[in-house]
Design a protein around this ligand. Structure first.
Ligand code: NOJ
Length: 450
């Protein structure tokens, strides 16, 4: 493999014997087979059919065809020496209508995936909700309907009973701030709802479900390791002006604290006046029942955000100063490459004594990749991963309780509203032929983990 990347000075021993190394994926982004074998419709099946929602009209109907190619893709995980594989369960494959009748073919499919991982000595890590709500439940209000706590609990129990004899590591939910913010406030992700009247109940019900799901898992599987994951970006003010500093504090509360603090028993961040109308969704006893003592918290970091005061932005009165405008290095998503972000995030969450342990359950970057002579050399991604990992090591050496790192992601895949344009994989996918090519970054990771 041609590559201009030097051998990494990083060495996995520096992170300690017990450090967890892995790779992360999500059902909608890889599986395809959107209507196969009794699967019900999810909100993404409906959303991607609407005009203008997904860049270039892309959809996830085939994606990387992982549903049919799981064996050869798990073989690649093995070939890259990656010991832990994080993937998500599609709720509507298991319960096509969201509740009620179980689809045995869906259970069988995940059993095949789990069993194949175990056969190859790869540890499966399951995410229960990575944004694909059954459409039948959305028709009843989805995340805005408090009944979702019962629907979700039922789904979690089915999964725990079906897979818990072999799966030891569970994540209840992935990045609630993104699916509520993009899906129920901005309308740019499924189900495409907008406005504060959708956003506030979706937030509170997601918080209730995180704790209810975790309690259900612990009840059925007392020995399993239970976590949940949050997106987090390091936030800094654009200037030292008090208005910008205050704006940065609000954005930090919205992006980094809104979901985790109630779960840790700290309530919703008081800085967020946007939550003023939340009271009507919070019933007596709720703030006690949203507390859960997680075995681990999954943090997912990609970038930092620079924030300035903005008079015209409703509710939050703050806006992000785009990386492009700041003339800093960016990824294909337009996100700033800022390795120290992951260090600051680890330091920040280390200040919560309630958090027992942190795994970085996603970290990675999209860059424009090209196939040349059947090879994909992606030095920028290698450099990104090396630099972010150096910062993880720095935080760990300073005593932060970080005990694992999962790269986002195995193969290029369906990047939600951005379609197939951003390539995040350490394995390249030709979406016409479904051919895979291990990128230099994949070979680099394999070398690190050897
Ligand atoms: C976080 C999400 O969990 C994942 O689905 C997404 O593809 C990556 N970030 C990159 O945007």
């Amino acid at each position: 493999m041609k590559s201009n990347i030097q051998d990494t000075p990083l060495n996995k021993q520096l992170f300690g014997e017990d450090f967890i190394w892995g790779i992360s994926t999500a059902a909608v982004q890889i599986e395809g087979a959107h209507d196969a074998d009794g699967k019900g419709e999810s909100i993404w099946d409906v959303f991607t059919q609407k005009k203008g929602k997904i860049l270039n009209g892309h959809h996830h109907h085939i994606a990387t065809d992982f549903y049919n190619r799981y064996q050869s893709d798990i073989d690649l995980i093995k070939q890259l020496n990656i010991p832990n594989f994080r993937f998500s369960i599609s709720w509507s494959r298991i319960l096509p209508d969201g509740t009620g009748e179980v689809n045995q073919a869906g259970i069988d499919y995940y059993n095949r995936v789990i069993n194949y991982c175990i056969e190859l000595g790869i540890e499966p890590w399951l995410t229960l909700y990575h944004w694909d709500l059954p459409h039948a439940l959305e028709q009843q209000g989805g995340w805005t309907n408090r009944a979702i706590v019962d629907w979700f609990t039922e789904y979690v129990a089915v999964c725990a009973n079906a897979f818990g004899d072999r799966v030891k590591h569970w994540m209840v939910m992935n990045e609630p701030s993104v699916f509520t913010g993009a899906g129920y406030f901005l309308g740019i992700h499924a189900p495409g709802r907008k406005g504060i009247k959708n956003f506030l109940p979706a937030i509170h019900h997601a918080v209730l479900c995180i704790a209810a799901g975790a309690r259900t898992l612990r009840g059925i599987l007392p020995d399993s390791e239970i976590g949940t994951t949050f997106s987090c970006s390091y936030i800094e003010p654009y200037s030292a002006k008090p208005r910008d500093v205050a704006a940065a504090i609000r954005v930090d509360a919205l992006l980094n604290r809104l979901f985790i603090e109630p779960i840790l028993g700290l309530g919703y961040p008081a800085e967020l006046t946007v939550l003023a109308g939340m009271d009507k969704y919070i019933l007596p006893g709720d703030m006690d029942s949203v507390k859960f003592d997680f075995d681990f918290i999954g943090l997912q970091n990609y970038t930092r955000e620079i924030v300035e005061h903005s008079f015209f932005t409703p509710y939050i009165h703050a806006s992000l100063v785009k990386a492009e405008k700041r003339k800093v290095p960016i990824t294909a998503m337009g996100w700033e490459v800022y390795p120290a972000s992951i260090y600051h995030i680890l330091k920040k969450y280390d200040l919560y004594p309630q958090i027992r342990k942190v795994y970085l359950t996603e970290s990675g970057a999209a860059f424009k990749d090209e196939v040349v002579d059947d090879l994909v050399d992606d030095p920028k991604r290698v450099e990104y991963l090396q630099q972010y990992l150096q910062q993880v090591l720095k935080a760990k050496n300073e005593g932060c309780k970080v005990e694992g790192y999962f790269i986002w992601t195995l193969t290029d895949n369906f990047e939600w509203a951005e379609g197939y344009h951003p390539r995040f994989g350490i394995i390249y996918v030709d979406f016409e032929t479904q051919q895979r090519i291990i990128k230099s970054s994949g070979l680099w990771y394999a070398g690190l983990l050897r």
